[in-house]
Design a protein around this ligand. Structure first.
Ligand code: T3D
Length: 261
């Protein structure tokens, strides 16, 4: 795929690169449509077992492109509810619902919906020079694309409220210290580490990984009883998989397992 979403095909995983560096990879509906199409393609490909999302240039993603889609024009303001529901929120829903683990390598500033897209991924690494900005308030908007959901659950409500209401940037190391992301790494180490992690996930038992995604999504609203029921059901399914048989066999034979999914 060419244009503003570039897809790199590796043997067992795919790298999606937001590719509009001159606008810090700000997104618009056409670009998000191509991102969703790339996700469809990867999900339909049995050889694809993990995804790495990153940005080209000095930014990761500056959120929605502040262009005609979101700038009020002579005919009145655009319908941001429709825009969010159709595109930005669909990306977040699809990332979370995907069977594939999604690693995000935040290579530079992540602002507005760009920060939300990162937080919607399963494991987030960020370059130490990267910043996360809840930019919405700076232009008179509220957080969207899951920002209020992800932030209250990762950094807690006090920090979430301040980040959203003040719109201050925080650095990657602060984001790690607050539990917003998995790890801040030296800039030069970001891509090697992110690729290594993605390749490791691609070697992991894919049914178990997909089950974990379902489980963690449900944990946001389930009570303990419902969550235990879900864990039991998903464990039952994992226990019937060839990967479980291989995992146990490898343990007994004292060798690394080879999971095929
Ligand atoms: O319904 C809906 O869902 C609506 C959408 C809502 C979701 C949202 O994402 S709302 C939030 C939209 N995003 C923003 O408000 C962020 C705007 N950008 C910035 O505040 C700053 O650019 C950054 C803090 C991200 C980075 O600052 P800095 O100083 O490192 O870079 P810069 O010089 O501001 O930007 C570099 C270029 O990228 C610049 O272009 P130029 O002047 O060199 O030609 C700038 O205009 C462009 N750019 C950055 N962000 C956007 C953008 N162009 C279009 N849209 C952007 N969002």
């Amino acid at each position: 795929m060419t244009g503003d979403i570039h897809v790199e095909t590796h043997a067992s995983w795919r790298k999606f690169i937001l590719n509009r560096p001159e606008k810090l990879n700000a997104v618009n509906p056409a670009m998000l449509e191509r991102l969703l199409a790339a996700l469809d393609t990867a999900e339909a490909d049995p050889a694809a077992r993990a995804i790495l999302l990153t940005g080209e240039g000095r930014g990761f993603c500056a959120g929605q492109e502040l262009g005609p889609d979101v700038t009020p024009g002579p005919n009145g303001p655009p319908d941001l509810e429709l825009l969010a529901a159709t595109w930005h929120h669909e990306v977040v829903r699809r990332f979370r619902a995907s069977r594939l683990p999604i690693v995000c390598a935040v290579n530079g500033v992540a602002a507005g919906a760009g920060a939300s897209f990162a937080l919607a991924c399963d494991i987030v690494l960020a370059a130490k020079s990267a910043r996360f900005v809840q930019a919405f308030v700076r232009i008179g908007l509220v957080p969207d694309s899951g920002a209020s959901f992800f932030l209250t659950r990762t950094v807690g409500e006090a920090r979430a409220r301040a980040l959203a209401m003040l719109g201050d940037a925080i650095g990657a190391e602060q984001a790690e210290a607050w539990g917003m992301i998995w790890k801040a790494v030296d800039d030069a180490a970001l891509m090697p580490e992110a690729e290594k992690l993605t390749a490791a996930l691609a070697r992991a038992p894919s049914q178990a990984i997909a089950g974990m995604k379902v489980m963690f999504a449900a944990a946001a609203t389930n009570d303990l009883t419902a969550q235990l029921d879900l864990e039991a059901r998903l464990q039952g399914e994992a226990g019937r998989s060839a990967d479980y048989a291989e995992g146990v066999r490898a343990f007994q034979e004292k060798r690394p397992p080879v999971f095929k999914g």
